[in-house]
Ligand binder design. Structure first.
Ligand code: SF4
Length: 448
């Protein structure tokens, strides 16, 4: 049984029907990015000079920051105006950046155990650009031991020829940014693709035997309704993807929607409130479960849990090294977090001068590393206390007694011996609840 200490007074219950206001909801790392600073960059340089800690897996991430159009809800660093010369320059910079890292004691001689092409839109690149890029990457840091190679795609950029080339590059997990199947919703939210392009790309990808095809959806896009969402879920299940990832619409500050809200003096975004969005994800999970899927995290359902893994997520949330390349990328090497320059020109210029393009960093303390892994793994819906005892020498049931009790009082969590488990209601709002586990100075700060 757990060793929980009761707080003096019960905490207030979570608010119902909270409107969607501007700001980040999704917790992707810890401590928050606003605590990463340029003055910590020497810690990254020192980490690169050390040999890797034994048994630490290495992942490789590359940010491809090009898109055909900027979606109105997008908060990523993307460009819609770069010509082929600029794209070529960017890919050369990414290869040069990888060469810089491959020459460091921390990375040299290691093989990537997982690889992730994210964006932006990696599938925006031409087949020739993709081949040139990946041949160069493999020569610098071999992928032959990789358990998973993920590639994010926007359906409208995929031709049969390109999909075949992506499969031939060694991609094992194709992630399709579908977001919705309703053309009006796609259009009004600024997506570049239409529903007929989804069907065509999906069908051909299936024929190429990708080991895993994931479909991304967003619950709560502008003008979403219960009927439209139910139809979106029905069409998703009809395709029978290996996994489905569903995000709840958030409106970070650097989105077009936020800029329009600000110009109109509005505080509430023109999308459903959080309870409604959670209800839509709840509905989707229930339908997917009825169709034989299992819920594997706060955002994902998988068709065959024995076969369908998500190595990138699981390794990252267990403290793997992540060598992140490209503009604005977030990485974690030798115990230090870092982020690259957030704009194209300074990123390319730094690499061309033979310098690391990282612009801010932070080395989490042992306690912050514990919190980081605990909160990230809680997004899976359950954690084992013994994992943290073995890895950090800390019993999370004692260390987090107060926040765990808070989540129990709210009816979201059970603790049974080694297993701490969120129920579905808790899982669907986990990102909001995770702040309870943060150190006081990190609670409810902006994640930018
Ligand atoms: S496709 Fe993705 S990365 Fe590109 S603008 Fe839309 S949301 Fe942003």
């Amino acid at each position: 049984m757990s060793t929980l200490t009761l707080p003096d007074a019960p905490p207030p219950a979570p608010a119902e029907h909270k409107p969607t206001t501007a700001g980040n909801y999704f917790v992707s790392n810890y401590p928050p990015f606003s605590f990463w600073r340029p003055e910590h960059l020497p810690e990254l340089q020192a980490a690169l000079r050390r040999p890797p800690a034994p048994d630490t897996p290495l992942g490789l991430y590359l940010h491809i920051p090009f898109c055909r159009k900027r979606c109105h809800f997008c908060y990523y660093k993307v460009y819609t105006d770069k010509d082929s010369a600029a794209i070529r320059g960017y890919l050369e910079a990414a290869l040069r950046e990888l060469a810089f890292y491959a020459a460091q004691p921390l990375i040299g001689g290691r093989k990537a155990q997982f690889v992730y092409f994210g964006g932006g839109t990696p599938s925006y690149l031409s087949v020739d650009q993709l081949r040139h890029l990946t041949d160069g990457m493999k020569a610098l840091l071999p992928w032959d031991a990789a358990e998973e190679v993920t590639f994010e795609c926007e359906p409208g950029t995929l031709t049969d020829h390109k999909l075949k080339a992506i499969r031939d590059l060694g991609v094992t997990r194709l992630s399709l940014g579908v977001e919705h199947f309703d053309d009006h919703i796609l259009e009004i939210n600024g997506r570049a693709h239409h529903s007929k392009e989804i069907a065509r790309a999906y069908e051909y990808a299936r024929s190429l035997d990708f080991p895993q095809i994931n479909i991304d959806l967003i619950a709560g896009m502008v003008e979403e309704t219960t009927e439209r969402w139910q139809e979106c879920v029905r069409r998703t299940i009809a395709l029978a993807p290996d996994s489905v990832t569903i995000y709840q619409m958030e409106i970070p500050y650097n989105t077009t929607i936020y800029k329009e809200m600000k110009a109109a003096g509005k505080l509430v975004a023109p999308v459903a409130d959080w309870e409604t969005k959670r209800g839509w994800v709840d509905y989707a999970f229930a339908q997917l479960e009825q169709a034989g899927y299992s819920v594997a995290s706060a955002y994902t359902a998988v068709r065959n849990p024995a076969r369908t893994r998500f190595v990138y997520r699981d390794r990252l949330w267990a403290g793997a090294d992540l060598l992140s390349l490209g503009v604005a990328s977030f990485g974690h090497l030798g115990g230090t977090h870092y982020q690259n320059h957030q704009d194209f020109e300074p990123y390319v210029a730094a690499v061309q001068q033979g310098q690391s393009p990282a612009f801010r960093a932070l080395t989490p303390t042992a306690e912050e590393r514990l919190i980081r892994e605990f909160v990230l793994q809680l997004k899976l819906g359950h954690v084992r206390a013994s994992y943290f005892q073995e890895k950090f020498g800390v019993d999370p049931r004692a260390r987090f007694a107060q926040p765990l009790q808070t989540l129990r009082d709210w009816g979201f969590l059970t603790v049974a011996a080694d297993r701490l488990e969120l129920n579905r209601e808790g899982l669907l709002q986990v990102d909001r609840l995770l702040h309870e586990f943060f150190l006081p100075q990190h609670r409810n700060v902006r994640f930018v």
